[in-house]
Design a protein around this ligand. Structure first.
Ligand SMILES: *Cc1c(COP(=O)(O)O)cnc(C)c1O
Length: 536
């Protein structure tokens, strides 16, 4: 493709993307293709001769789009929001147009270069590093993080995380683009915390070290343990505490482990769990953490964190505690933060904990320039060497929306979720399971006269009724919701976040859920031969 052909194909691509967005609402949310559909449509081998680009572009429309789940669809209420924006798309286009990988080559050449010139990452493309350093400070301010986390502090700082190639990836022969996710951020926090702990306690054996998570922590905790070969303790959090980790629970775990010779060195706390939006009790945890200075506290706020942009949510999300003592904080701008995948931001209170764990530069080769922090050498802040130019997305998004526009969007989605929650509360059929959290409501079908769900027989009946209900919702392609299990209760999650979702979509979703709820009750009565309400 030459430049003029690119111009033409590029215009066509943008036209087609616009059409996609114009037509999105009339598309099913969920694809109806069967597994393996694409292999049947594609030749088994790459073409010997290059093909006409028009054909390639047409095949994207014909073969790929029908196999997509449309996360930007206004009736997509599954998983978590992944609001993307045209600003973000354009930034991604520009970023890939200069193909600026920093360190993205493999081989000894790169490592030697890195060793002999610590500022090479910067000089590989000054704008990439500098924009990221500034954007992380903008984002920190947007969220109300303490200036201790700003890059300008010279002490703490933030980076968009990048995962490089791990030994396990190489073994499993996986090839992938370096990505930035909350899982990478947590992994890096664990690596930094482990390294810090080992420096303080050189006698500690690796097998004594323990990562603390809760029963509601995202699987990133278990994964970090697997990747690093470390034990993970899953602390049980309870229904009565709304699945929030309390100080006393943490203290008992720490005391128990101390007696057993275990060395808990990091707690992965969550502000806004994926399952129910639970928020660990950071003020209580802070009091315990101060008694245990060896415990690194990482805050995973992958989807909820961007709500800190609105001052009215800062108290509920424990911003003060985060600013007071958290060692590291992560949120994903690529979830609810209007920035296209991927942009997982990680801040640390002390950058040297990252660089001491990850810097491969021998001390005698460090330059005053690099060490003084005048040049940030991001390659020492994470696993990856090559880095995509993600900061450009944040720059375009934050400028185009402004702080107010960003806040308006967050508030609007929270309001839409409140509308859904109020409809559920007014319903005879549906019931809220845990308090709605920001843009997430966890509910289930629970006809009014049902006995409380503490009775296990009633709970089992309710669960089988809800599985029928969820099965019916999942069989539809005009809406998508996901399920979870809380305290043995099968529940359905309603996560609002698509930038195109409006009140009408919330009402339509609610009406549809009521209809399917009634159908599930009817079906349940037929199959069990009992009256749902009496039996329950
Ligand atoms: C979505 C989510 C994650 C995982 O995020 P990735 O960026 O995909 O790794 C982690 N923690 C929480 C609380 C989440 O909601």
């Amino acid at each position: 493709m030459d430049i003029e052909q690119f111009r033409k194909a590029g215009y066509q691509a943008i036209d087609r993307i616009c059409d996609y967005y114009y037509n999105l609402q009339s598309k099913p949310v969920v694809s109806s293709v069967e597994p393996g559909y694409l292999r049947e449509c594609l030749p088994a081998e790459p073409p010997q001769k290059g093909e006409n680009f028009d054909d390639i572009a047409d095949d994207y429309q014909k073969l790929i789009i029908p196999g997509l789940t449309h996360w930007q669809h206004p009736s997509f209420f599954a998983y978590f929001p992944t609001a993307c924006t045209f600003e973000g798309m354009i930034a991604d286009l520009y970023a890939s147009s200069t193909a600026n990988p920093g360190f993205n080559v493999s081989g000894n050449f790169m490592i030697e270069d890195a060793v002999f010139n610590p500022s090479l990452q910067w000089s590989a493309s000054p704008a990439c590093t500098e924009l990221e350093a500034v954007m992380m400070d903008w984002a920190a301010q947007l969220l109300g993080l303490s200036p201790e986390f700003y890059n300008t502090s010279g002490m703490g700082g933030g980076a968009i995380q990048v995962r490089g190639y791990l030994a396990s990836d190489v073994e499993s022969n996986q090839t992938h683009q370096p990505q930035s996710t909350a899982s990478d951020s947590a992994l890096i926090a664990v690596v930094a915390a482990r390294s810090l702990y080992q420096r303080k306690h050189p006698e500690a054996e690796l097998q004594e070290l323990v990562i603390y998570t809760t029963s509601q922590t995202h699987s990133l905790g278990l994964k970090a343990g697997m990747v690093l070969g470390l034990s993970v303790r899953v602390i049980d959090v309870t229904w009565n505490d709304h699945f929030s980790l309390r100080g006393d629970t943490l203290r008992s775990a720490l005391e128990e482990d101390k007696v057993n010779g275990k060395k808990p060195f990091i707690l992965l706390a969550t502000v806004g769990t994926t399952s129910s939006g639970a928020i660990d009790n950071l003020p209580e945890i802070g009091a315990i953490a101060k008694e245990h200075p060896d415990l690194w506290v990482h805050i995973d706020s992958a989807w909820a964190g961007v709500a800190l942009s609105c001052p009215e949510y800062r108290e509920a999300l424990h911003l003060e505690a985060i600013n007071d003592y958290a060692h590291s904080f992560c949120t994903n701008f690529h979830k609810w933060g209007l920035t296209n995948f991927d942009a997982s931001t990680l801040w640390v209170r002390d950058r040297k904990y990252l660089t001491e764990a990850l810097d491969v530069t021998p001390p005698f080769l460090r330059t005053a320039h690099g060490d003084a922090g005048t040049v940030i050498d991001y390659r020492n802040w994470h696993l990856g060497l090559g880095r995509r130019f993600r900061a450009l997305k944040l720059w375009f998004v934050l400028r185009s929306f402004g702080v107010q526009g960003f806040q308006d969007y967050i508030r609007r989605t929270i309001k839409l979720n409140a509308l859904f929650a109020s409809l559920v509360k007014s319903s005879d059929q549906l019931a809220i399971v845990t308090p709605p959290s920001l843009s997430l409501t966890v509910f289930h079908l629970n006809p009014k006269s049902v006995a409380t769900h503490t009775e296990s027989a009633a709970r089992d009946s309710l669960n089988s009724l809800n599985k029928i209900f969820y099965g019916r919702i999942s069989a539809r392609n005009d809406i998508l919701l996901t399920s979870t299990v809380l305290n043995g209760i099968f529940c359905i999650r309603f996560a609002v976040g698509s930038a195109r979702t409006e009140e009408s979509h919330i009402h339509a979703a609610y009406d549809l859920l009521c209809k399917e709820g009634q159908a599930a009750v009817d079906l349940w009565e037929q199959t069990t031969g009992e009256q749902a309400v009496q039996r329950l």
